[in-house]
Design a protein around this ligand. Structure first.
Ligand code: FAD
Length: 108
């Protein structure tokens, strides 16, 4: 079985990087692609209990994927990631800093 921690770090990097380069004004096809990608990802993710919990979280209306713009998609992914952080007892990430972390780079 895959190393769940390493798989997780790589996967979050991929997901947040996709959001970071997602259009500010996605057309309907791009929004459909994002929704389908997330949906397929949640069913194919190779840690099965992770995938099950992620699907469960997304099923509630308030957690449905938001793909209408880069910032909406980024914020939604940040909330999804924080849900896992909370489950694992990790610190929550400040989602106002999502863009800084994943798009523009930290300012130290
Ligand atoms: P990660 O959580 O992998 O984060 C990587 C980097 O992202 C951090 O260093 C930080 O800079 C940044 N970051 C942190 N939080 C956020 C945020 N909210 N928004 C944006 N950036 C952020 N592991 C389990 O043990 N059980 C599970 O059920 C589980 N479910 C998962 C479900 C999914 C969909 C994914 C992708 C991963 C899941 N994981 C799960 C893995 C887990 O989330 C972590 O990736 C893993 O524990 C390694 O954690 P880490 O502390 O190295 O940082």
């Amino acid at each position: 079985p895959p190393d769940v921690e390493q798989l997780g770090r790589s996967s979050w990097t991929l997901l947040h990087s996709i959001a970071a380069t997602y259009p500010e004004k996605p057309n309907p096809t791009q929004q459909q692609d994002a929704r389908q990608f997330i949906s397929s990802f949640s069913r194919l993710y190779p840690c099965h209990w992770c995938a099950t919990d992620f699907q469960k979280w997304m099923k509630s209306a308030e957690h449905a994927p938001r793909v209408s713009s880069r910032s909406e998609f980024g914020q939604w992914l940040c909330e999804a990631h924080n849900e896992v952080n909370a489950k694992l007892g990790k610190d929550l990430f400040d989602c106002t800093r999502w863009e800084e972390r994943w798009c523009t780079g930290w300012k130290d």
